[in-house]
Write a protein that binds this ligand. Sequence first.
Ligand code: BTN
Length: 325
Amino acid sequence: MKKTVLDILKEQHNEFITYDCISKMLHISKSEVQKELNNLENIGYAIQFMPHRGIKLMNVPDKLIPEELKYNLNTRIVGKRIFCYDNVDSTNNIARELSRKINIEGLVVFAESQSNGRGRMSKSWISPRGGLYLSLVLKPKNSLKEIMKFYLLSSVAVAKAIRKVSGINCLIKWPNDIVVNDKKIAGILTESSIRNHKIEFLILGIGVNVNTKSDKLPIGSTTLLEETNRFYSRLVLAKEILREMEVHYFLFKDAGITPIINMWQNLSSCLGSTVKIFRDAKIITGDVIGIDQMSGALLIREDNGFIEKILNVDNIKIIRGKGSG
Ligand code: BTN
């Protein structure tokens, strides 16, 4: 890929570099260098100018911009094309529209805020500034019956990314809520486009409560800021999520769902617990014993010994924690 002025400034590691040097390195005129620097400043980069010494990059904005998201991302497909918006209705909608026009697996849409963010089960996802909202498009060759497996792999990826960046020991609540002390810190909405009974593309919409205050969010939510009392670079977290998504997607492609299920079980907030599940008009009570390898469904052993496969639920309530009583 062609080097840019920004690449060269970053390579200087806090040292000054002259216009002359940059223009020679990139084979462009000094006025083109100046034009590029003006663009960077307009986006929000802080650049220091010193007579006789040249220029130095002082600060990178915590804005979601494709150049920064792609820098040292080191993925093969996830983030191949990145689109960033200020405000959209829902990044999942934009990802769907773009995927109908451009056929790219790994396309990602980010927005600083959403006016009509969607959650699972027709709920809304409140998306103020300070949070992270993205949608990733994948084109797996799996059948629609296996869609739950993508819930599992994406929740493992997002939980691991949050743990890595913040040190918070978040867990996964079935099917793919990320929780801290049972309060929701992130959620994933998986949508699909189906053609001839096959997945044409999947849209994995991920929302993380990062630098927001939970009084702006639904009851039962928490944020990275509130859990640790510090602000986070959304850029760093976003890149970690993209990397983890790719790692777990390839792991699934190469080794199947078993290693993902093992990781999911280790991160699960409900494995080994007794739960109550509200499904349609029915209430199912039993012990969570694992994940079905074929479908990715949650396995619940009811009191009468019957094993129920849970594929989609609105509400799961832990009534007795792991190993208690
Ligand atoms: C849930 O927990 O119910 C899922 C929430 C998913 C929210 C994300 S934010 C980015 C993407 N765009 C949306 O409209 N929803 C998902």
